[in-house]
Design a protein around this ligand. Structure first.
Ligand code: C2E
Ligand code: CA
Ligand code: CA
Length: 222
């Protein structure tokens, strides 16, 4: 209500061409006294307080007011997935190329899987975020209508350093091809990581190498 929340956007790029394929919307809080507060800090608090659905719905309302040619990714918390108001919040965004990102934490509660299928049937592609960070992800990828997964940035951080992380990245890519799920490598910060990902066949990436999350003006007119 004080207008302190805003959205930043970070590109997801085609690794072969470097062209922007889509954007992820990421929430920011600019506090009058404490400056920018990271979502890593305020989202867990909002979740604990039960306020996160309000915030996620605010984000959806903001996105409903803009038009983009490229797909937009939005993050939904576990509580938001189950919230009755979600379908209403999404209604104005039908047919608008919006992709919904969820982590496996969102799928732990009863009713979550049915809701996810419902969203997919409504025409919203669902994206499994932070893939590989948890433990139940494989069954989720096989059993649910995810059209995309984002490999946790911990693995990309191991490129050139940790042969096991590289092996995991290759194995996940092979699996995603079999399952026909698009794959995004998250947390790409360096040219050598980009080169490695391209060489093994990854087609999409996201990370500081191509741009930090930034306000819309900066993203449109860099
Ligand atoms: P996430 O969905 O995994 O988003 C990616 C995070 O990684 C973002 O942090 C982004 O700034 C950061 N990142 C991107 N590229 C790089 C890189 O190359 N290196 C490193 N070290 N980090 C990179 P951010 O914006 O601080 O967001 C943190 C988390 O907060 C998000 O993680 C997401 O889980 C959550 N979040 C953000 N916005 C929303 C929202 O609107 N609703 C909900 N429910 N959660 C949100
Ligand atoms: Ca995300
Ligand atoms: Ca992520």
């Amino acid at each position: 209500s004080r207008g302190e929340f805003s959205l930043h956007y970070q590109p997801i790029v085609n690794l072969a061409s470097g062209a922007i394929e889509s954007f992820e919307a990421l929430l920011r809080w600019r506090h009058p006294e404490h400056g920018w507060i990271s979502p890593v800090d305020f989202i867990p608090v909002a979740e604990e307080a039960g306020l996160i659905p309000e915030l996620d719905l605010y984000v959806l309302r903001a996105l409903a007011q803009m038009t983009t040619a490229l797909p937009l990714h939005v993050n939904l918390s576990p509580q938001t997935l189950l919230d009755e108001r979600l379908l209403l919040g999404l209604a104005p965004l039908k047919g608008r190329n919006l992709r919904l990102e969820l982590t496996e934490h969102a799928l732990a509660s009863p009713g979550a899987e049915a809701r996810l299928k419902e969203l997919s049937c409504m025409g919203f592609p669902v994206v499994l975020d932070d893939f590989g960070q948890g433990y139940a992800s494989l069954r989720l990828l096989v059993g649910l209508p995810f059209s995309m997964a984002k490999v946790d940035r911990g693995f990309v951080g191991g490129i050139g350093l940790d042969p096991k992380a590289e092996a995991a990245l290759k194995a996940v890519l092979a699996l995603s091809r079999e399952l026909e799920i698009a794959l995004v490598a998250e947390g790409v910060e360096r040219e050598d990581q980009w080169a490695w990902l391209r060489s093994v066949g990854y087609s999409l990436g996201q990370g500081y190498l191509w741009g930090r999350p930034a306000p819309l003006e900066e993203v449109l007119y860099p």
